[in-house]
Design a protein around this ligand. Structure first.
Ligand code: DAH
Length: 343
């Protein structure tokens, strides 16, 4: 019989199976294995021809025939893979393990660039005596806004495109709410940084993403002054960017600080001369800061008559992009190893 005859009977299939298994016994080298493969499993092999012949089988018999043909194909394929000669040549049999071959390389991971920058920032503040605290990413309106002196319809809420979860529950838009949580638990002196993830419903682009990271800072005690804020941030900038760098403090507005400022650091690429990264200004804006507003102390149960304090908040992505020369914020979130491998 031949496999391409119009009706391959069940007996024919059985015969083909026996022939194939018998022939496999004599496969002893690469050439005879290849010969077997072409004959039975090749593009023009016996198995293919059986399937081709199915067209001429009566529709009511086709299903049963197809099942038998499938079984035959599986049996032959498996037997071919398991044949003694194949085991030896592919080295899957235990006795063919070669201990002298070099091992497989073991790729090592590394910290995400954002986490590297966060750790650098964190370690500088720890060395200045700051603790580290964390708060929840799903936050109540009270902590995210109201306790921070954002009145219910205050226009400053619009600055922070908020993702709302339900009435009075939001994804935190900044790490400032952790200030309140820390002061609720601990009376001054408080010296703390609060790193974490924040969310804003902004249009995704090379410059902004719907989530990013901030590091918040808080220092509260008797007689903390604006000079302490300035000294602390200058010390930070000199450790993090360049030991000779200067900072510039500009007036600004945040509901939770009074006075409020924005802090620029001398562009570390052009050293203040002006380049494309600092847009020819010589300065890079890196954070917001100010003296903690008395209303914020009151919300957190700290006596505003007795204590003063400063707070600051910086975006990690922005600093990482400046420091590492990255021009698209989305790269941090795509987890493409070709990007991550560079850090
Ligand atoms: N929370 C502000 C923001 O996300 C940043 C900030 C500004 C934090 C001033 C502060 C601060 O603690 O004092 O835009």
């Amino acid at each position: 019989m031949t496999a391409s005859t119009e009706h391959t009977s069940p007996e024919d299939l059985e015969q083909i199976r026996r022939d194939a298994l018998a022939q496999l016994q004599s496969v002893s080298d690469e050439a005879s294995a290849e010969e077997f493969r072409i004959k039975y499993l090749g593009a023009k092999g016996i198995v293919k021809k059986i399937f081709k012949g199915m067209k001429s089988i009566a529709p009511e018999e086709r299903k049963a025939f197809g099942a038998r043909a499938n079984t035959l194909r599986t049996v032959i394929e498996e037997a071919f893979k398991e044949a003694p000669w194949m085991q030896k040549s592919t080295g899957t049999a235990p006795h063919s393990f070669d201990p002298t071959l070099p091992g497989f390389p073991f790729p090592r991971g590394s910290l995400h660039p954002l986490m590297q920058i966060r750790n650098e920032i964190r370690d500088i503040f720890i060395s200045m005596g700051f603790d580290v605290a964390h708060g929840p990413e799903v936050e109540s309106d009270w902590y995210n806004f109201e306790a921070l002196n954002f009145a219910p319809h205050h226009p400053a809420r619009d600055m922070q495109d908020t993702f709302t979860i339900s009435d009075n529950v939001v994804l935190r838009t900044h790490t400032s709410p952790v200030q309140i949580r820390v002061m609720e638990k601990q009376q001054p002196p408080v010296r703390c940084i609060m790193p974490g993830r924040v969310y804003r419903n902004e249009e995704v682009s090379a410059r902004s993403y719907c989530l990013f990271h901030q590091v918040e800072g808080l220092y509260v005690d008797e007689n903390v002054s604006f000079a302490d804020l300035k000294g602390t941030l200058l010390a930070f900038a000199r450790r993090f960017f360049d030991e000779k760098t200067h900072i510039k403090i500009r007036p600004s507005y945040f509901p939770f600080t009074e006075p409020s400022v924005e802090v620029d650091v001398e562009c570390f690429l052009c050293k203040g001369a002006g380049c494309s990264v600092c847009k020819k200004s010589g300065w890079l804006e890196i954070l917001g800061a100010g003296m903690v507003h008395p209303n914020v102390f009151a919300s957190a149960g700290v006596d505003p008559e007795k204590y003063t304090g400063f707070a600051f908040g910086m975006g990690i992505e922005r600093i990482a992009m400046l420091k590492c020369g990255i021009d698209d914020i989305r790269l941090f979130f795509e987890n493409d190893v070709r990007f991550l491998n560079q850090f």
